[in-house]
Design a protein. Structure first.
Length: 297
């Protein structure tokens, strides 16, 4: 992994983790589903426009179209939609911690559903991840966390897992920025229907709402998604997912710094354990390099 890939991975983790804090601000002033639909509409139009300016086209392969639609529905409409709704009642730090367990869910799905071989280090990582989540959830439930919001975050993480499993097909074959724009438009359309049918529309205008919306649209929305697809295309899903172990740290740190959210000792321990588990799982998936043959031919 070269320095450019490392820089992109760090940038992605930071941008991705910051989205929970800005989303928490947005839902305090505006309806969550409608706000997210508008965000994806703006990001999608910008993404498609940039792609056309770069000479990219709508001519995607069948696998790319399938993966783009799945990614748009599962990540944008389901994962982010459920999280935006949930953050009316739960803190940004908790939502980020739950979402950051996605690599563990991907590894578990590969092991249980797809019968992929998981080394001992990966199994240890899964156990550590589950233990870390249980530690945090136990402390939060005892403190009176909203159960509905917690359930929505967990469902969102499961949807993100499905989206991640579809990334490989979407990131190969070029047209990366076009794919980024199109999957956002897919999410926007799904969320718009939901907002019209089920959500009351009420906005309290403020500079905090405007700044949070613009930031979420351009940075975690457009830039982070492009960086993720590009990183996966360069180094593969397994290596790129290694950077997810930073998300629990970044997520809680940003929420604490900007929103003043408090973290207890069990939260801190749980974050460290989850991050270590994610790192162990990803390291267990790294291909082993065979030693050079001894002697001479």
């Amino acid at each position: 992994m070269n320095l450019r890939a490392i820089g992109m991975g760090l940038a992605f983790a930071l941008m991705w983790s910051s989205a929970f804090t800005s989303a928490r601000v947005i839902v305090a002033y505006a309806p969550p589903v409608a706000s997210l639909s508008l965000r994806f509409l703006v990001s999608g139009v910008l993404g498609v426009g940039i792609a056309l300016a770069l000479g990219q086209t709508f001519r995607l392969t069948r696998a790319q179209w399938r993966a783009t639609i799945i990614f748009g529905v599962c990540q944008n409409a389901l994962y982010l939609g459920l999280n935006f709704v949930a953050m009316q009642w739960v803190e940004a730090s908790l939502a980020s911690i739950i979402a950051s367990t996605m690599p563990l869910m991907v590894a578990l799905a590969g092991w249980v559903v797809f019968r992929e071989k998981l080394p001992l280090l990966g199994i240890i990582g899964l156990v550590m991840g589950v233990a870390g989540v249980a530690l945090i959830m136990g402390a939060r439930i005892e403190a009176g966390v909203d159960r509905t919001g917690l359930a929505l975050c967990l469902l969102g993480a499961a949807a993100l897992t499905v989206a991640t499993l579809s990334v490989r097909g979407a990131s190969s074959g070029g047209n990366v920025m076009m794919i980024v724009g199109l999957q956002m438009l897919v999410g926007s359309a799904c969320l718009a229907v939901t907002a019209v049918l089920f959500e009351p529309f009420h906005i309290v205008w403020s500079w905090q709402l405007i700044v949070a919306f613009v930031y979420t649209t351009l940075i975690p929305g457009l830039a982070a998604t492009w960086v993720w697809f590009t990183l996966v295309n360069q180094i593969g899903t397994i290596k790129a997912s290694t950077f997810h172990f930073l998300n629990p740290f970044f997520g809680v740190a940003i929420a604490a710094a900007l929103l003043g959210e408090k973290l207890g000792p069990l939260d801190v321990i749980g974050v460290v354990v989850i991050a270590a588990g994610i790192l162990a799982v990803q390291m267990s998936k790294q291909p082993q390099i065979a030693p050079p043959p001894s002697g001479s031919d």
